[in-house]
Design a protein around this ligand. Sequence first.
Ligand SMILES: [Fe+2]
Length: 154
Amino acid sequence: MALEALKEGHRKALGVVGEMERAAALVKQRGDTGTAAAILRGLLDFLENDQRVHFLQEEEGLFLYLGVIIGEGPLQAMIGEHESYWKAIANLKGMLRAPGDGAALAQLVTHITAMLRGHIEKEESAYFPMAESRLSPQRLKEVDEEMATIAGRR
Ligand SMILES: [Fe+2]
């Protein structure tokens, strides 16, 4: 199946998004910022490292192939969202060092989860189907090989 590495990345990311939403709910509903912060610290490795590989697989793998067909514009929008994500994650790391009453933390986490859900939704509903319908089986195979190489060198 084509693009399986990216789809698997999305499935895992949505699992982490669910955990982040539970952490935000702990703050909002119970004021339990300590537990929420501990949960979020435990997710940072995924949010930074796994997600970095995933974005690289898109930016240096799929998007390069897709750009030839649909042009750079739509892909720049996706890359812009990746950049927004890194800014938000840098803020999250800063906040986790001193979460205070958790209000700003919960707000930021809600922002990140909404952003990630929307981003994944766009890729799954528009970009991946476009790649699967417009790239030849040979090109899709090359994309998958390229993405395996990117994952392997991290
Ligand atoms: Fe993605």
